[in-house]
Ligand binder design. Sequence first.
Ligand code: 26V
Length: 790
Amino acid sequence: MIIVFKDKEHFKKEYINALDKNFRTTVENATTAQLYASLAMLLNKNLDEDYNNTNLLIKEKGLKKAIYFSMEFLMGRLITNNLQNSGNYQIVKEAFKDFNIDINKIEDVEEDTGLGNGGLGRLAACFLDSAASLGLPLYGNSIRYTKGFFIQEFVNNQQIEKPDPWLDKGFYWEEKIEDEAIDIPFFGYVEDTVLKEPIWIKAVPYDVKIVGNENNVVTTLRLWSTEASELQEFKDEKYYQMVNKISDSLYPDDSTYEGKKIRLQQQYLLSASGIQAAIKEHLSLGRDIRELHKYYAFQINDTHPTLIIPELMRGLMDVFKLGYDEAWEITKNACSFTNHTIMQEALEKWDIKLFRELLPRIYEIIKEMDRRFVLELEKLNVHETDIYNMKLIGTNSLRMANICIYGTHSTNGVAALHTEILKNTTFNNFYKIYPERFNNKTNGITHRRWMMHINTELVAILDKWIGKDWRYDLSKIEELLKFKEDKKLKKEIIDMKMAKKIQLAKRIKELEGIELDPNSIFDIQVKRLHEYKRQLLNIMHIIYLYLRLKKDQEFRANFHPQSFIFGAKAAPSYHMAKSIIELINTVSKVINSDFEVNDLIKVVFVENYNVTYAEYIMTAADLSEQISTASKEASGTGNMKFMLNGALTIGTLDGANVEIAELAGSENEFIFGMTAKEVLDMYEKNNYKPREIYDNDQRLIDIFEFIQTLNKNPHHFDNIKHSLLNSDYFFVLKDFDAYVKAQEIANNNYKDKDNWFEKVIVNIAKAGFFTSDRTIEQYNNDIWHLTKIK
Ligand code: 26V
């Protein structure tokens, strides 16, 4: 165990010194911001020893490293995690108690590090925690955006986006490594493979420590920022603007030409800096460039860092003068790719004209890759339409996923069903040629952040009933199954859930001003807002319930009170998603202020859902809403967090829900709706008629009549209705009836507490599979082959 501070008194002495040194103040006189800053700086400094030892050991033993290239790392707060994993949380908490300070108040000062949009970014953060905790040398590589994911506010029920200048308040967990800066060229022209007259941008790394759990391992997340380059002679106003723009914000608006260019610059900067830093380190240790793939594995998280493939080819050929074939073998062996979506609009394509202007030499390399690929395919007698679809370069655009599958030795999906769809549908043409490249790595979540740190009530129960081994090997949590009928255990789990619901209700009361009854069913859907995730189906069911509760006395008498909680951000330019937010907020106000029903149902849309909010929400759910159109949600990870903390899933057989239902038994979840196969068949047949469903279901007609009364303009929400009646691409109407039935069963079932909480225990006991420790072990065994740091 790394105890940075020997004991409580030692910590107090150091901390008092730190306050004096940093702010010339004392515990009594310091502001909470100063108390927080001093704690963060002190802990960060004290992690140096383990950090240096980890680096030294990797070098001395010549261990292979994996670099996880990702445009997003949704880290959330670091203070609690770093205190916990380093084994100092208790000491520090006790010390603060002596100071008469609530440590939670100090933790609350820290802003979320919100360098990510959602699941993909949070997965990357969980992976860093798991790898460090397993002692695997996995290093994160990303961009130090000056502004993280936007802060959401609601004005007149509508989403407003505010910038998130998270660095302004001070970020104490990073260290700028000036002398490892790398100059990256953009634009210019190519003469005989040499890039001439480019514009140079300096990429400067900031390293953030990643603390392994009680094992003295400290790895890093490297975040690249941009500065003016010394190599750049001509620097005008426009140049400095460009320098700042590249690391200014996460996913800047890509609806304009300017926005697109910046995003591509970000992608290349991230890819080229990471690759060049690895090559420099490799050579500085006296190794041969031809052995690069034996010392580095480069994981491409979705297609955003695709350019590491041509960049590595460029380095090996242009700088180190290897032949194409040798460079290609090294590149393919070093790189591997993870796909996170089958949504067509998220499969990245770059306009050739834009790409060639910005990255002329990289474009040439991709063109050569494409030429050779086509020759290979022709040799294999692949049909010409397949060749056309598989080409790396289409008529107007570069196809990033194709480059990734062709340029790596491994392509994985993120849940069993998702990988099957990749193999049999999305990338079937590639699968037929390279079946050995495709593999599945079902996502996971770090059970430290997503259970141990946020649900101490459950930790105590587990420790008491099955000992502590589960903490280090979550598969052991299955031992709880033996006691699933035990009345005493059930009582403890019921109390745990009640405690967590009360805590969340308190936070919601404080932040949203809405009172929730902890005895009601907490029914929660938190995730990005997207039509395929079907928050619309959820709110339509709520409207149906509301109307029925008002007129059906018998139904009312049998109904267990239910609180519906939403949390979601919509992309700033995604109009339909924003309309759905407005609809939910509007309905929420009507229902919550209707005295006829507001003791039976409540609706809350929490503002600015983020990692820290999630830490309160995940433990407090009875029902976990996972209701995406089957086939569309690649995996989901919120579903796993809810399950591990004792919620039952109401969901479709999509993504990792399939594995949840398989492991826990579908009798212990509320599964409904079309299957992925039915959805895909229906797209193929193209014979879905949503209007017929609408015309024949009075409930749907009533719902939309009600929606017309919500705004003084009855047509205010017509875009939603029209989209459903004219296309309903995500089968909301088709699944409505099945969803209503599943909800009814769930509500009914909750009244039998004994039965409900037996299901809860089974879910917790079967959630061990979903720790990201397991996922990372699989990546390592199948793809990276790293040796553990001892
Ligand atoms: C793509 C793009 C392209 C245009 C600019 C904005 C943007 C933002 C994000 C993306 C990638 C979306 C892919 C994604 O987040 N997939 C999610 O990955 C999770 C982790 O594997 C998984 O659990 C979710 O099911 C999946 O939707």
